[in-house]
Design a protein around this ligand. Structure first.
Ligand code: UDP
Ligand code: MG
Length: 315
């Protein structure tokens, strides 16, 4: 039996050896272990530190990506290279407490295929993080057909067969959180209180969060398209009745036409709705475009010698 731990790291040089040590401390059962760090195109000394860690400890491996592909793609790279019977992913900054590892493994041994964690928000998380996170899950749930539980980030254990499903899925931009819910199997939830970031600052910029949210919504739901259609229908109905009203005024009354305000408002309103609808369609078209190019989700520039090259997707 073998347990793989996947840790995406983007500019985390100061956290790596600490997180590796804490993880190993908490993996003491009678099983093989492997730690796979994915260097997501860091600009600091992350890669150098990882090389050094591997030299000192052959259980520690690394996969370095050719540039910054983003957290989700880094996770995916880690899953592809992991060879364990189960794979646990967690952040490099120790906000995902490694003390939870034995409990996750315990549930897996008891027969669960997916053990995911739910963050119990407390003051350690910034107000900004909590509110953007809540808004994100609220939006996801109102717009999509799969349900997303708030605070379930990417600290989770998945069984080998789930990892194979992920590995073989052809999605170029995979939104793992949604995908893992979607696959089903036997799932178990574990709650935890997040720790403060060990060192450094967050690598999830607002831009990356917005991108993640867009990906999440557009890859799990066509409801925004329905909403767009609905908005179009409502606005046309309103516009049509207003046109009738205007005709009525013109034909049957002698009122003057100081209708500058109403004209302007309706033109702007209809124009705005049209742009919104076009934008929504554009988002989906963009996804199709990205997917149709079939580019790989990440490129690897270097690994340590000890990692076998994963078999090609779909095999
Ligand atoms: N991360 C990554 N690529 C990125 C951004 C982040 O691999 O482009 C990693 C980061 O190193 C960390 C994890 O994803 O291990 C979560 O990021 P972070 O802790 O900065 O996010 P937060 O906890 O603030 O949401
Ligand atoms: Mg963090």
């Amino acid at each position: 039996m073998k347990i793989s731990i996947v840790i995406p790291a983007y500019n985390e040089e100061e956290n790596l050896s600490e997180v590796a040590a804490r993880i190993k401390e908490n993996l003491t059962g009678r099983y093989e272990r492997e730690l796979i760090f994915v260097d997501d195109g860091s600009h600091d000394n992350t890669q150098h530190v990882l090389r050094e860690l591997h030299r000192q400890d052959p259980e520690i491996h690394y996969v370095a990506l050719s540039r910054n592909f983003g957290h989700q793609s880094a996770l995916r790279a880690g899953l592809d290279y992991a060879t364990g019977d189960c794979i646990i992913s967690l952040d490099a900054d120790m906000q995902h407490p490694p003390q939870l590892l034995p409990e996750l493994i315990g549930h897996w041994l008891a027969g669960y295929d997916i053990v995911y964690t739910q963050r119990e928000d407390d003051e350690k998380l910034s107000w900004f993080k909590r509110s953007t996170s809540n808004a994100f899950y609220g939006l996801m749930n109102s717009l999509s057909s799969v349900s997303f539980e708030p605070g379930t980030a990417d600290y989770r254990l998945i069984d080998r067969r789930v990892a194979d499903v992920v590995r073989n899925s052809p999605d170029v931009e995979l939104f793992l959180r949604g995908f893992i819910h979607w696959v089903g199997f036997r799932q178990k939830k574990v709650a935890y209180t997040p720790a403060a970031r060990f060192r450094g600052k967050t690598k999830y910029t607002l831009r990356k969060m917005v991108k993640l949210a867009f990906n999440g919504v557009t890859s799990f739901s066509v409801r925004p398209l329905h909403l767009a259609t609905l908005a179009g229908a409502v606005v046309s109905a309103l516009a049509f009745s207003y046109a009738l009203y205007a005709l009525y005024i013109l034909l049957f009354t002698n009122d003057a036409v100081p209708g500058w305000t109403s004209t302007l408002v309706s033109v702007l309103f209809i124009g705005g709705i049209q742009l919104l609808v076009l934008g929504i369609m554009g988002e989906y078209l963009g996804r199709l475009f990205v997917q149709s190019k079939q580019r790989p989700p990440y490129l690897v520039s270097e690994t340590d010698g000890g990692l076998p090259v994963p078999p090609p997707r779909g095999s």
